[in-house]
Design a protein around this ligand. Structure first.
Ligand SMILES: *Cc1c(COP(=O)(O)O)cnc(C)c1O
Length: 489
């Protein structure tokens, strides 16, 4: 137990103030020699006592002890404690054992939920959004959409970009642009969020999932090579390859692109999680024929919902823009020759995106800093194996992820996640691989030799809270909670 949380009646007002200063909880618990709780003293109580004429050298026994503190029983979750504090409008809860002994003192600040990845708005977003309102550009399209496309393309160093309603829409249009039709084969990273693979089904095409490697957690070039060779042996040529950059780490793109060009198959880079990451000095999202970004609420920057499709091929982006606007032809009346979609981003949301793009470099450095803080704070915990960063690449560390090495701990990701949730910290499993999803029952999954990296990562991996607007105090709280779980199990 933290020594700074309690004082006895024999201590002075000065000691109580010093303890409060040390424990950063704006209060201290008064207990007797057997740790029975007598009262709670806040810094406000002590200040009032001094104004009433008490000296800092006076014993606490001279103060009134008639105030009954608010206590909660041990074993109650932080969510429940927080709800009680809200109801009673208190800031402090004293945790006591069944026989009334002091166990812990909690400030409301330590109980609030820490999210896995929350939106982090800068200063300029409202300026662009207000411009949209002031000029009545509330409709889809408008100057913010054009500006966001231009500014993002410039930022990542690509010639053409089209802002869309989601990253998923961007992947869907990519497949259409590459001519993916019913029964065509599309190769896709196995370890990913379902949004990477759903558009394959929208086209009634057939996914073939490719395992990860341990160096990047992303598509394994050896597994890809094996898949391409074996499909070729069966006389089958995939229409496209979707490569995902998980949690901000770029895949082994040189190797993957080399294989793709050997077999003459276009590659879509799913950079939904890796905006701002680099691969040999080039920005993620610009490494293949087509790149897609997502601005969903949990991503490194957000428009609350949205996506972008980028390419150096003007024809492809022009076509995507056409398809995303209901495939409306250039006629004086409404004229349509093919199936279109309503996939454009609204001018209001693009305003948020323009502001967010301005703070992207800061967001990347803060997320990388968070990763480093986890590494330092948990360096002595041997069972944690951190997601690597490939040489000559810079991950944006969208999420800090690690493996709980099964030969070194009996704690499973599920147990860690549950115990962190009890103290109001949101951690999550690694994405569940596509071949394990009932949705993709019967789909092919190809691994190199006897490895099954994606399932290993899913079974033993966790993602830790990584919001760029998380405070250092919250980070310390998370590290302490993880240590508690991993060192006491
Ligand atoms: C978020 C995400 C997407 C989809 O983006 P939306 O904008 O939510 O549609 C696609 N792929 C990956 C890997 C993602 O994490």
């Amino acid at each position: 137990m933290n020594h700074f949380l309690t004082v006895t009646l024999n201590d002075t007002i000065k000691t109580a103030l010093e303890r409060i200063n040390e424990n950063c909880k704006t209060a201290v618990a008064v207990v007797d020699e057997s740790l029975n709780l007598l009262r709670l003293l806040t810094d406000g109580d002590l200040r009032r006592a001094i104004l009433d004429g008490f000296n800092t050298s006076d014993k606490l026994s001279t103060l009134s002890t008639s105030v009954t503190p608010f206590t909660v029983p041990e074993g109650i979750s932080y969510t429940e404690i927080l709800a009680l504090l809200d109801e009673k409008e208190f800031d402090h809860a004293v945790v006591v054992s069944n026989d009334g002994k002091f166990l812990d003192l909690l400030h409301r600040r330590e109980l609030t939920r820490v999210w896995l990845s929350s939106p982090h708005i800068g200063r300029l977003e409202t300026k662009y959004v207000n411009e949209a309102f002031d000029t009545n550009w509330i409709a889809p399209l408008g100057p913010n959409v054009d500006g966001f496309e231009r500014e993002l393309a410039e930022y990542v160093g690509v010639n053409h970009a089209v802002a869309l309603s989601s990253g998923t829409a961007a992947i869907h249009l990519s497949l259409i642009l590459l001519g993916v039709r019913p029964k065509d084969l599309v190769l896709c990273s196995a370890l990913t969020f379902v949004a990477s693979a759903n558009p394959i089904l929208y086209q009634y095409a057939t996914p073939v999932f490719i395992d990860s490697d341990l160096d990047t957690w992303n598509m394994c070039p050896k597994s890809l090579s094996k898949a391409l060779a074996s499909l070729k042996g069966r006389g089958q040529k995939p229409k496209a390859i979707i490569v995902v950059n998980l949690y901000g780490q770029v895949a082994k793109m040189n190797e993957i692109n080399a294989l793709a060009s050997e077999y003459d198959i276009p590659v879509i880079e799913d950079a939904a999680e890796s905006l701002g990451a680099t691969y040999k000095e080039k920005q993620s999202g610009t490494l293949c024929e087509l790149g897609i970004f997502s601005f969903n609420g949990n991503k490194i920057i957000t428009t609350s919902g949205g996506g972008m499709l980028v390419s150096n091929n003007k024809e492809l982006i022009d076509k995507a823009r056409h398809l995303a606007t209901q495939a409306r032809e250039n006629y004086p009346f409404y004229h349509h020759a093919e199936v279109g979609f309503n996939y454009r981003m609204s001018n209001v949301l693009a305003g948020i995106g323009r502001g967010q793009l301005k703070v992207l470099p800061q967001r990347v450095s803060r997320r990388r800093e968070i990763y480093n803080r986890y590494l330092e704070g948990l360096a002595d915990i041997e069972c944690l194996v951190w997601m690597p960063e490939l040489e000559n690449t810079k991950s944006n560390r969208w999420l800090t992820a690690a493996i709980l090495e099964p030969s070194k701990t009996t704690v499973s990701p599920a147990e860690l996640i549950e115990k962190l949730s009890f103290v109001n910290i949101e951690a999550r499993h690694i994405w569940k691989p596509m071949q394990l999803q009932p949705l993709f029952d019967g789909c092919e999954y190809i691994s190199y030799e006897s490895q099954n990296v994606s399932e290993y990562l899913f079974n033993y991996g966790v993602c830790l809270p990584s919001s760029s607007n998380m405070t250092d105090a919250e980070l310390d709280r998370i590290i302490k909670a993880i240590r508690q779980v991993l060192l006491t199990s």
